[in-house]
Design a protein around this ligand. Structure first.
Ligand SMILES: [Zn+2]
Length: 152
């Protein structure tokens, strides 16, 4: 065996989400419902020059839209997105924290109307950037643990 062992297989077409905080790849995946059922690989606790450790998620045969990738910013604000076409990086960009997001994060206030049995869609809005903070669009309570309040 003289060939270097490849930790993660290259993909021909798809999306690579890099610089996910270590241990958060599965949270990112749960946000990206469009990726369900597609072939993918997850690298957990990879070495990172910048952060020490990071996760990487590769989804084959899927090009995420800006709207979809920006949801990733909720729990991976430093993530970079690489769109792969024919084995080459066709596009590369940073995620941007979305101003408003529906159906991704639940309010942390149990008395909020969005947590009652009302037909109300959970929605959070960006209240501050760098680092970003999100508040409930209904009761204004800050959701300080975003990955702990993901909608199922
Ligand atoms: Zn609320």
């Amino acid at each position: 065996m003289t060939e270097k062992y490849m930790k993660v297989q290259r993909i021909e077409n798809g999306t690579v989400i890099d610089h996910i905080p270590a241990g958060r790849a599965l949270d990112v995946l749960s946000i990206l419902k469009v990726a369900e059922g597609l072939p993918m690989s997850i690298l957990v606790n990879a070495h990172s020059k910048l952060a020490g450790r990071k996760d990487i998620l590769k989804v084959e045969d899927l090009e995420l839209t800006r709207d979809e990738v920006n949801r990733v910013a909720l729990i991976a604000p430093e993530a970079t997105i690489n769109i792969i076409r024919d084995g080459e990086v066709a596009e590369k960009f940073r995620v941007e924290a979305p101003k408003r997001v529906q159906n991704v994060v639940r309010c942390s206030n149990p008395n909020c109307i969005s947590n009652q049995k009302e037909p109300v869609v959970p929605e959070v809005r960006l209240a501050a950037e760098a680092p970003h903070r999100y508040v409930c669009a209904y009761c204004e309570r800050e959701v300080d643990d975003l990955s702990g309040h993901l909608c199922s």
